[in-house]
Write a protein that binds this ligand. Sequence first.
Ligand code: URA
Ligand code: SF4
Length: 188
Amino acid sequence: MYETFEELEKAIEGCKKCKLANGRTNIVFGTGNKEADVMLIGEGPGADEDRLGEPFVGKAGKLMNMAFEGLGISREKVYIANIVKCRPPQNRNPEDDEALACLDYLRNQVILVKPKIIVLLGSVALKNILGKEYGITASRGNWVDRKGIYYMPTWHPAALLRDEDKKIEFWKDLKEVKKKASELGIEL
Ligand code: URA
Ligand code: SF4
């Protein structure tokens, strides 16, 4: 456990704790407001993120930004990170050993950011954070209140690219987040 972002970012530099280190260009640590009340957790970097070192800058990220804009959520006010910080080959899902190796960094990020709300983007984020017994289809759109943090599972933005119904549900879920944030006095 590191007490500051500087120490944590230094600790992750050159990380070789799992086999994803072999194929990466950049470690994608996280971005946004380090004191955010709302944090979003994705799966892992894709090609664009790997190249640029920042989460959600590719196609899925652009779609997420559009939803943010439509709902009046500022990307600068939230913090965004992923389950694994290095790109899985061919964008496959992170394997359990990789997620396990990387999760300590994310836990440390959560402790430092101290969000009140965490949005779980897709099945990989949901299962690694709340537990394998959770399924995204049944869980999305429903708040889970655990240890003083409100979790909102929703679709991964990449899933929206293929499915209009999911796009509508994703919007609905983010609207819920906006509503809860407003109830908690959080400005987005
Ligand atoms: N998909 C993710 O899960 N995370 C990113 O950063 C980009 C795409
Ligand atoms: Fe280290 Fe995480 Fe990258 Fe694996 S995915 S090498 S644990 S930073």
